[in-house]
Design a protein around this ligand. Structure first.
Ligand SMILES: C[S@@+](CC[C@H](N)C(=O)[O-])C[C@H]1O[C@@H](n2cnc3c(N)ncnc32)[C@H](O)[C@@H]1O
Length: 220
């Protein structure tokens, strides 16, 4: 059963999805492909990618990954991702699902990939608890996310902009401290790099984090 408002049917953002699918290639050429490659390096076995978008990570999975279950609730982006799956570096299955309700058995995954998606989910804590549920003890959450600025003035601006920004950007929040949320969910951060990255030429750089954390296994 999906928590209220988190079934794939309630997570459609058709205008944002079309704009994102058009823009993601330029973002990847500006540096996101390199970031994606770094976050996927070292993964192996059975992987779940939440909010896979246009499937930009699919060609970049290392050969030690045996299968990727890619979740994408938005119909338009899922269709693009399905096309991309056909040319992926490893077997990829794309499904209509939200990260709040991952269609996988408890403790079954070796790794979960969250790439530019924990900014957009409605309830980060619920999604991180669900990621913990599906990961085996010692499993990896690999994250590449834009996050709240450490500069108080910029963080305050992000707080002010987020309600409007989110309306046009598929529910994205500019102001989330995602690393703190990952730690609060019980994961142990193994490595983390923090850097500024402008996703488009005229955009100001946003703080990003890229790294891995280890799961203690499903809660309770
Ligand atoms: C900015 S895009 C990033 C897409 C892709 N991960 C990437 O790195 O290019 C955000 C993605 O999160 C997805 N999304 C939003 N809410 C979600 C949720 N609750 N569960 C899973 N995916 C979600 C959107 O449909 C969209 O594909």
């Amino acid at each position: 059963m999906n928590p209220a408002g988190t079934g794939p049917g309630s997570l459609q953002h058709p205008r944002f999805a079309r704009a994102f699918a058009r823009a993601v290639g330029a973002m990847d050429r500006r540096g996101a492909t390199d970031h994606r490659r770094r976050v996927l390096a070292g993964l192996q076995g059975s992987v779940i990618e939440i909010g896979a978008g246009a499937g930009s990570s699919f060609p970049l999975y290392p050969p030690a990954v045996t299968h990727v279950l890619a979740l994408e609730p938005d119909d338009y982006l899922r269709a693009v991702a399905e096309t991309q799956a056909a040319t992926a570096s490893v077997p990829v299955t794309v499904v209509a699902a939200a990260a709040e309700n991952i269609p996988a058995k408890t403790g079954s995954a070796d790794a979960v990939v969250a790439s530019l998606v924990l900014c957009s989910v409605k309830d980060q804590a619920a999604v991180l608890a669900e990621i913990r549920r599906v990961l085996r003890p010692g499993g990896t959450v690999a994250f590449y996310e834009h996050v709240r600025s450490v500069h108080p003035f910029l963080a305050a601006a992000e707080d002010v902009l987020t309600p409007v920004w989110g309306r046009f950007m598929g529910g994205c929040h500019l102001n989330r401290d995602t690393l703190a949320a990952i730690t609060a969910a019980g994961f142990t951060v193994r490595d983390n790099q923090r850097f500024g990255f402008a996703v488009q030429r005229l955009n100001p750089p946003l703080a990003h984090i890229l790294g891995t954390a280890t799961s203690p296994g499903p809660p309770g």
